[in-house]
Design a protein around this ligand. Structure first.
Ligand code: UDP
Length: 483
């Protein structure tokens, strides 16, 4: 039988906007290479749909915005007794979706590769059953990956839980020392189910044919080198690691075709004069914290563009869409009037990529979600790191101690970051010699990001001589395209 000249690459995304965005970008990249691509997206079980409604509507938005990409909605699995923890619900959903993913793979005439989000590890079973090579696409940093791949070995050779170690430094290959309290909460308690599930997942990653990472080599040279040397997984071979980033949404797509009013406001500001504050697709802070930020910004005297979201009322509803914030109630009395000439507050959402690329933006107060870090590094904007949840604290360690592209907002791990700290760090980045040094390094990060893309990201994979390299599997004869 003749080989299918155009086999399909199936990308399997998990529930979560921050994971879906880079998966869509990978799909676009593969499409531009002339490959047939379909994104298989899970559908939340009826018993959990509330939790994931923002992610489900993001899929609809992205499908509408990218008609050339085909999205296949896998049916919702039965999940009669959902775990109360939203993260475990998501992982359970991905595990329960494996049979329908397998059925989908078998329904296609020819599948060149299955590319999995790192939360879809159970789908390795579907790849094996369908005889399809599986790859991971890690949508966070190479440094996170280096630390996570080392965890099964670390847990097997130590006792106790990270949660009991305070800020004691963990010395893992390929990353700066990580205070134990900066590891994601999912692995802090050796005794809980989330930790056991994650360790099981990390332990299976070497089963893949390769790992694609949305990063670029200059940004994370040490982590990438150590990953490739195999030092993170001492007892098994590490699959080939490919940096294909920075893959990011393009500005005009982020703004959905219409120019957001905050961009016109930025047009009127001086170059490098504005501090941009935004905490990712979900992050939001308490009312008390909003007031501290407002005081800090006001006292700093600097210009600012601030995305304000309604504080989450109930931690269990963190992932649910929140109402539009009532700025009059949330911000200090008179703040908006007093700062009218030098500040803009945007409710709920700003076109972040375009804001970061705007010449007026001089600093970025960020929660250190990986997409935000990549977007800031590629735009050459120094970061004031204020991690909130997931692997953001770990990313903060990498940005500040590894990449040296930002400073820490002290108090991020306490109840409140004080107004004085906000003012101090804003001044440090915007006014001091240290801020200038940061900006110089960011200029380099920006140039190297452009170079990584110009060199071709994925197209580099074609040139690498790896026995099971992704492109050979996908489409041996496809010519390299510039991206
Ligand atoms: N984003 C945006 N506007 C906002 C908030 C977020 O455009 O007001 C985008 C941001 O540019 C990034 C993504 O949403 O591409 C957030 O991903 P990240 O990994 O930084 O954080 P997460 O949302 O996963 O915590």
């Amino acid at each position: 039988m003749e080989a299918d000249p155009n086999p399909t690459v199936v990308l399997h995304a998990c529930l979560g906007v921050g994971h879906l965005i880079p998966m869509v970008e990978l799909a676009k990249l593969l499409l531009r290479r002339g490959l047939a691509v379909v994104i298989a997206v899970p559908t939340p079980p009826a018993s959990t749909a509330d939790f994931f409604s923002s992610s489900a509507s993001a899929v609809d938005r992205m499908a509408a915005a990218n008609p050339s990409i085909s999205f296949h909605h896998l049916p919702p699995p039965e999940y009669p007794d959902p775990d109360p923890d939203a993260f475990l619900q998501m992982l359970d959903t991905m595990g329960l979706t494996v049979p329908s993913l397998l059925a989908f793979l078998r329904s296609l005439p020819s599948v060149a590769a299955l590319v999995l989000d790192l939360f879809c590890v159970d789908a390795l079973d579907a790849a094996t059953a369908a005889g399809v090579p599986a790859y991971f696409y890690y949508t966070s940093s190479a440094g996170d990956l280096a630390a996570f791949l080392h965890l099964p070995h670390y847990f097997a050779t130590t006792e106790g839980s990270l949660k009991d170690m305070g800020k004691a430094p963990l010395r893992f290959p390929g990353v700066p020392p990580i205070p134990a309290s900066d590891m994601p909460h999912t692995v802090l308690d050796r005794g809980d189910r989330t930790c056991a599930t994650r360790l099981g997942h990390y332990g299976r990653i070497p089963e893949a044919r390769g790992i694609l990472i949305n990063s670029y080599e200059w940004l994370e040279a040490r982590s990438v080198r150590v990953l490739r040397e195999g030092a993170c997984i001492p007892d098994r071979p590490t699959p080939p690691v490919y940096c294909i980033g920075p893959l990011m949404v393009k500005g005009e797509e982020a703004a959905n075709g219409e120019r957001h009013e905050c961009l016109s406001w930025l047009d009127a500001q001086q170059e490098g004069s504005v501090v941009f504050l935004c905490f990712g697709s979900l992050g939001a802070v308490s009312v008390e914290q909003l007031k501290e930020i407002a005081r800090g910004l006001e006292n700093s005297g600097h210009r600012f563009l601030w995305v304000v979201r309604s504080p989450p009322q109930d931690p269990a509803k963190f992932f649910l869409p929140r109402p539009e914030p009532d700025l009059g109630m949330l911000l200090p009395e008179g703040f908006m009037e007093r700062t009218r000439d030098r500040g803009m507050v945007v409710t709920s959402w700003a076109p972040q990529v375009e804001v970061l690329r705007h010449a007026a933006t001089g600093a970025f107060v960020t929660h250190c979600g990986w997409n935000s870090v990549l977007e800031a590094a590629s735009a050459g904007v120094p970061m004031l790191c204020w991690p909130q949840y997931a692997e953001q604290r770990l990313n903060k360690v990498l940005v500040v101690d590894g990449m040296q592209l930002g400073v820490v907002m002290d108090g991020y791990d306490e109840e409140l970051v004080k107004a004085e700290e906000v003012e101090k760090k804003v001044r440090l980045v915007m006014e001091s010699g240290e801020g200038k040094k940061l900006r110089d390094r960011l200029t380099m990060a920006k140039e190297m990001a452009a170079e990584a893309l110009a060199e071709g990201g994925l197209h580099k994979l074609y040139e690498r001589e790896t026995p099971h390299s992704f492109p050979q599997v996908v489409h041996e004869k496809a010519p390299p395209l510039s991206i």
